[in-house]
Design a protein around this ligand. Structure first.
Ligand SMILES: Cc1cc2nc3c(=O)[nH]c(=O)nc-3n(C[C@H](O)[C@H](O)[C@H](O)COP(=O)(O)OP(=O)(O)OC[C@H]3O[C@@H](n4cnc5c(N)ncnc54)[C@H](O)[C@@H]3O)c2cc1C
Length: 381
């Protein structure tokens, strides 16, 4: 390994950007983030994330960005409630203190990017192949904005999400379909444009799950509201779903919610014309691989799980902070040191998410899937 090591981070999601930031903050400049998207705003970054003390917030401390984040975070959106299909409130959690405040993903990405040295992220650069070299380094063939290019790195970090290109260097695992598909809807400026939907949604999140169907609303920044329609359907269902014909998509979704309270149905019926259907996939719980000093994975690339535990982005950022600390300690042993802590933690969270997904809407779910994460922690440590 050259000193200092040349570090290639594949993927500029919350995990990859946090890693680059913590390294740079401690004087490691030979770090490049390769990101296939053309720019920070090329794609809607999705919805809101609550960052937890003990994971996402610890990573922000390590990145020196806690205060910047805290100024943007929305403690008022920590509130949550669960409804029955007739609209009765089953349980309600008030927004108290500053435990798990929310931030929109785009804002989180923006604050991480603003903290990086100019040129750290190579946008529009897709990693195509990785080839080991005799000295333990790797050659990365990329497709960039100016055509193909080749890079060499002593440490390659796969922070490239569910369909990681780096993972096959370490193991054969592939994500499998969880049996649940989300359809994401949106209400722009909801308080002004759809006051009845805003009143039902309140602050924070509101959820109603019944059998194979569920509706969840999530307050976003700038007065917007996100909606997740959750359906237990087979993997091919999306192929016949008319996402590109919003009125037909809303009608198809409403058929799932026959007999539900009109205010809940309005969450679907009155939504904007932006409709995104997303199958949920997960890696095997407890995935490990033979440690390699020159390659590792973090975040979804290492432990993709359904969002039913609310842990994925938090863990990606904590993985990044831990890996950065291990690199700063000793680059030669960094991957082994990092993986020893990351594997059990990722497995426990993935177990919790799997329990949450299997039980939600079935009348026997734990009050909070995070309880399943806490219960599973010892099993995987
Ligand atoms: C509907 C939904 C709701 C969620 N809600 C929450 C929540 O409330 N809280 C929470 O903590 N988590 C949540 N998650 C999980 C969270 O989104 C992920 O765990 C998190 O984004 C993982 O971060 P990451 O950095 O590991 O990967 P990603 O965010 O997936 O980023 C990977 C990046 O790699 C890039 N990339 C991929 N392949 C290549 C390549 N070959 N070359 C170059 N670049 C590449 C991608 O473009 C992407 O930018 C949710 C997930 C979903 C689907």
């Amino acid at each position: 390994m050259t000193s200092p090591p040349r570090i290639a981070v594949v993927g500029g999601g919350p995990g990859g950007l946090t890693l680059a930031r913590v390294l740079q903050r401690h004087g490691i400049d030979h770090v490049t983030v390769l990101e296939q998207e053309d720019s920070a705003t090329a794609r809607d970054q999705g919805r809101s994330l609550d960052l937890h003390a003990g994971s996402g917030q610890d990573a922000l401390h390590a990145a020196g960005l806690y205060d910047t984040w805290a100024a943007l975070a929305r403690p008022e959106d920590q509130a949550g409630r669960r409804l029955t299909p007739d609209g009765t409130v089953l349980a309600e959690e008030p927004a108290e203190g500053f435990a798990n405040p929310e931030i929109d993903r785009g804002q989180l990405r923006g604050l991480l990017l603003d903290a990086l040295a100019p040129g750290t992220v190579r946008w529009g650069t897709r990693v195509e192949t990785l080839t080991p070299r005799p000295d333990g380094s790797h050659e990365l063939r990329v497709q960039g904005p100016d055509g193909p290019d080749v890079l060499v790195a002593d440490l390659v970090v796969g922070a490239d999400g569910a369909w990681s290109r780096v993972r096959p260097l370490l193991c054969d695992a592939r994500p499998s379909y969880t049996g649940v598909t989300f359809v994401e809807l949106f209400h722009t400026d909801v308080d002004r444009t759809r006051p009845t939907v805003a009143a039902l949604a309140g602050r924070g999140s509101t959820m109603c799950f019944d059998g194979d169907r569920g509706l969840a609303t999530q307050r976003l920044a700038a007065g917007n509201l996100g909606v997740y329609v959750s359906l237990r359907v087979d993997e091919a269902w999306v192929d016949g779903f008319p996402a590109d014909d919003p009125p037909a998509a809303r009608a198809a979704l409403l058929a799932w919610f026959d007999g539900w309270a009109p205010a809940l149905r309005d969450v679907v019926a009155l939504a904007d014309d932006a409709v995104v259907a997303r199958r949920l996939y997960a890696l095997p719980v407890g995935l490990r691989w033979p440690t390699h000093p020159g390659v590792t994975l973090l975040g979804d690339a290492a432990h993709l799980m359904s969002p039913f535990g609310g842990q994925g982005a938090n863990l990606a950022m904590l993985d990044a902070a831990d890996l950065a600390a291990a690199i700063l300690h000793d680059p030669a042993t960094a991957t082994a040191r990092y993986e020893a802590a990351m594997w059990p933690r990722g497995a426990a969270a993935a177990h919790g998410a799997a329990v949450g997904l299997a039980t939600v809407g079935r009348g026997d779910e734990a009050d909070d899937p995070r309880d399943a994460f806490l219960a599973a922690r010892e099993q995987y440590t």
